[in-house]
Structure formats: C-alpha cells, structure tokens
Design a binder for this molecule. Structure first.
Ligand code: HEC
Length: 163
C-alpha cells in the first residue's frame, strides 16, 4: 500500500530530525562544559584575591609538610608532584604581590620559587641531602616573608594592614 510506505518515510525523516536535535543538544552541552572547564583553569591560574590568599598559604603549608615526608621516604615521584604544586602556588603568590606593587614581597615569592627550583633539581638527582637543604632554604623564605608581611590576630593570621 502506498499510504503505508509514505508513513514510514515520514517516520524515518522524523527520527532523523530527532537525532539531529539530540546531536545539537549534546554539542551545546559539550560546549558549555568546555567553557566551564576553561574558566576553572583560568581561575586557578589567576591572581588570588585577599580571601583566596589565605587558602593558597594553607595549601603551600600542607604541600611543604608532604614534601618533607616524601623526601624522608625518598618517594621521588611524589616529591616531584609537590614541587609542581609549589611552583604553581608560589607563582600565584608572586602575582598577588606584583599586582599590589609590593616589590619586597614579590621578590620573596621569587626567592621561594628559586628554592623550589633547587628542590626540583635535587629531586631529579634523587639527592636526599640536597633536597633537605633546599626545603630548609624554602622555609627560611617563608619565615622572612611572614616576619615582614604577616600578622597574628586572635583567630589566625592576616596580611599586615598597610602593605
Ligand atoms: C611572599 C610572602 C610569603 C611567603 C614566601 C610565604 N608566606 Fe605564608 N603567609 C604570608 C602572609 C602575608 C600570610 C597572612 C595571610 C593570611 O593568613 O590571611 C601568610 C599566611 C600563612 C599561613 C597561615 C594561613 C592562615 O591564615 O591560616 C601559613 C600556614 C603559611 N603562610 C605558610 C607558609 C609556608 C609554609 C611558606 C613557605 C613554604 C609560606 N607561607 C611562604 C606570606 C608569605
């Protein structure tokens, strides 16, 4: 019967259109996800705000403690991961101070990055003594910066007012 054939043809065409529609929805969702992931990546690289700065410091602190344990255990790939994390975190710290034109603090962040770079070399060479000494140097930089730019309050720490 010709009528049936026509109906089938129509159905097939509708199915085709449905699939096209679905394809479009999937593409739009994928585009949204791509943008969201991109924004997240930008946010992680971006200069931290004052509120984010504290969180960055806490991450630096934990990574620094982890690194010590990994060096003691000679878990070099993990030390390498810690080095990578510290590089990113201190780059954000440096950025923070550069934007505020606090040159001395930016220079200290740069010094921290140098110590991290020395740690990276020691890690590559799997040299425990050199790694420990680089971590020690890094901690010296933490202290210098805290003395100049950090202030203790009743409920923790803050950036010294006026810097
Ligand atoms: C360039 C300066 C600078 C360097 C380098 C630096 N810090 Fe800080 N840090 C600060 C300032 C300023 C604060 C206060 C900000 C805050 O806590 O809100 C701070 C706060 C902290 C806090 C307290 C966070 C809180 O409020 O609970 C910890 C922990 C910390 N730093 C650890 C470290 C460690 C560990 C290192 C080195 C591996 C380091 N910092 C290197 C400037 C620095």
């Amino acid at each position: 019967m010709p009528g049936m054939k026509k109906g089938r043809l129509l159905e097939t065409r509708q199915e085709g259109e449905d699939m096209l529609g679905r394809g479009l929805v999937v593409a739009v969702i994928a585009a949204f996800i791509a943008v969201a992931v991109g924004l997240l990546a930008v946010a992680q690289e971006a200069t931290p705000t004052k509120a984010e700065y504290e969180a960055v410091m806490k991450q630096i602190n934990m990574t620094n403690i982890d690194a010590e344990g990994y060096i003691d255990a000679m878990y070099w790939p993990e030390v390498g991961d810690a080095v990578g994390a510290l590089e990113k975190l201190f780059a954000r710290v440096e950025n923070f101070w550069e934007v505020r034109q606090t040159e001395q603090a930016a220079a200290l962040a740069d010094e921290a990055l140098s110590a991290v770079s020395t740690l990276s070399q020691a890690t590559g060479a799997q040299d425990q003594e050199a790694a420990r000494s680089a971590l020690q140097d890094l901690r010296g930089v933490c202290e210098s910066c805290h003395k100049e730019f950090r202030e203790e309050t009743v409920d923790g720490y803050r950036i010294k007012p006026g810097v």
